[in-house]
Ligand binder design. Structure first.
Ligand code: TQI
Ligand code: CA
Ligand code: ZN
Ligand code: ZN
Length: 172
């Protein structure tokens, strides 16, 4: 079953159009248009299950959600740890920060076999999971759910499960 954060924080009912900015990309070699495509697809999966809408903005000051790649310590007291281990983290509503570990062997925007790169991590899979956290979901006990707390490296998991849909629909 799905779970929430303590106190069930959500984006408030008058905020159904959320803007996100991809703000910190100097630490990744993935090109900007690929990043835009991958995050747009990840947000679209949650938009399809709710009345939320997500739009990319170039302006960080307009953004509800900010997305960036960082290596090691990056100022929030939760340093990244190099390849594998922690892949990314996102804060609960309405913080909006979504950080990715720049040290991962991210694979994005193609069907190139994930398992051909050692330690490869599918960016879209991680994005769909972290967006669940940004919207207020904690971890699920259902192994096939996007919000289950583990994923095998070299795999792709981007489709919401019934459990994820029920969780998000009970919040929004
Ligand atoms: N990052 C953890 C995660 O997002 C960070 C975390 C641990 C966390 N406990 C939390 C975030 C409680 C919110 C609430 O779960 S991670 C996966 C998964 C990670 C893990 O790097 O371990 C994914 C990031 F589920 F596959 F294991 C993305 Cl998809
Ligand atoms: Ca890591
Ligand atoms: Zn961080
Ligand atoms: Zn998680």
């Amino acid at each position: 079953l799905y779970a929430y954060f303590a106190g069930e924080p959500t984006w408030p009912p008058f905020r159904r159009d959320l803007k996100y900015a991809i703000t910190a990309t100097s630490e990744t070699s993935i090109d900007r248009s690929t990043l835009s495509d991958v995050f747009a697809r990840a947000f679209a999966r949650w938009a399809a299950a709710t009345n939320l809408r997500f739009e990319e903005t170039a302006s960080e000051s307009d953004a509800d959600i900010t997305i960036g790649f960082y290596a090691g310590s990056h100022g929030d007291g939760e340093p990244f740890d190099g390849p594998l281990g922690t892949l990314a983290h996102a804060f609960s509503p309405t913080d909006g920060r979504f950080h990715l570990d720049a040290a991962e062997a991210w694979v994005a925007g193609s069907d190139v076999s994930l398992s051909s790169t050692s330690g490869a991590v599918d960016l879209e899979s991680v994005a769909v999971h972290e967006i669940g956290h940004l919207l207020g979901l904690g971890h699920s006990s259902v192994p096939d759910a996007i919000m289950y707390p583990t994923i095998r490296t070299g795999t792709r998991k981007v489709e919401l499960e019934a459990d994820d849909v029920q969780g998000i629909q009970s919040l929004y």
